[in-house]
Ligand binder design. Structure first.
Ligand SMILES: [Zn+2]
Length: 308
């Protein structure tokens, strides 16, 4: 890091601790990577961890066994633990509790299967990140899961800022695969602006519904675009007045333990809190590719293979 950047970060830390800059943010990463399916996985994982280290950001990762596999992918997760990040549970099969095809008992067995493997990794935290942020399509599933978690000593690990990073990752990877680095870089720039926009949106909605800015938690994935963009992304947030806090500290905010009365259950906790008090014009799902595709299309950045 250059001396100038160090000085800038030091200034931002002073400003944020003095209360001039109010929004705080933790980064969390879902899914994990499997080197047996993606040869570049170790390199992307290393880039993400090095960037977090250089930026002084402590995160949490939520692996799903179907995404990591049982061998080298779990070694990559151990690297997160060695770097001081927390490890949570994102189930074994990455099925949605919001799907009518997934009974509660099957979902609980997915959680238990992942628990048996992940709880042996240092840094383990008994927290569940629901796949797709879906917490149940019926009252019986939603409340049945909440009761099971309480009895098992599990905490939910929701997010306040949800932002379809997976969609930008698909577009970014497709342009790189086509050898078009220019368009890939433009997708990356649009992605950073998109995250800033979504963060501002959820912070505004939180101030409207809760009357305050909570300790935000953002959902990201262990992906190629995040390996490439994370450093710029952290800088961009700091420049816009956000300061970073450790993920386990952010989860102390009561917004993450309140049981919100919505059905289907889940999404961002800010979105769900707004839905529960019937804030008008909330779209559902809160974030999805259907909202992002027209934006990238207008910029001429949707790769051909994603238009078919
Ligand atoms: Zn996931």
């Amino acid at each position: 890091m250059t001396t100038l950047r160090r000085a800038l970060f030091a200034l931002l830390i002073v400003l944020s601790s003095s209360g001039v800059l109010a929004q705080t943010l933790a980064l969390t990463f879902d899914d994990g990577l499997n080197p047996l399916k993606e040869p570049a996985a170790p390199s992307w994982n290393r880039q993400i961890l090095e960037t977090l280290h250089d930026a002084g950001v402590t995160s949490m990762v939520f692996p799903a066994l179907v995404r990591t596999g049982q061998a080298q992918g779990l070694d990559l997760i151990r690297d997160w633990a060695r770097a001081g990040h927390g490890i949570g549970n994102h189930t074994s099969q990455h099925r949605s509790l919001g799907s009518p095809q997934v009974p509660l008992a099957d979902f609980i067995s997915d959680v238990k299967e992942a628990d048996a493997v992940l709880s042996r990794i240092p840094g383990w935290t008994k927290m569940l990140r629901f796949p797709y942020l879906k917490e149940g399509d019926t009252l019986a599933k939603r409340d049945g899961m909440r009761l099971w978690m309480q009895a098992a000593g599990y905490r939910a690990a929701p997010v306040s800022i949800d932002a379809s990073d997976w969609y930008y990752n698909q577009a970014y990877a497709a342009w790189l695969d086509e050898g078009n680095a220019d368009k890939a870089n433009r997708v990356k720039a649009a992605y950073i602006e998109h995250l800033l926009d979504r963060a501002a949106y959820y912070d505004g909605l939180a101030r409207q519904v809760l009357g305050r800015s909570p300790k935000h938690v953002m959902l990201l994935h262990t992906s190629r675009i995040n390996a490439a963009a994370l450093g710029e992304l952290i800088t961009a947030f700091r420049v816009r007045g956000w300061s970073f806090i450790a993920a386990n500290t952010a989860f102390d905010d009561p917004i993450y333990t309140v049981q919100i009365d919505t059905l289907p259950a889940g999404e961002s906790v800010v979105w769900a809190s707004a839905k529960a008090v019937q804030v008008p014009s909330l779209r559902y799902p809160a974030e999805d590719s259907v909202y992002e595709e027209p934006k990238l299309r207008a910029l001429g950045l949707v790769p051909t293979r994603m238009l078919e």
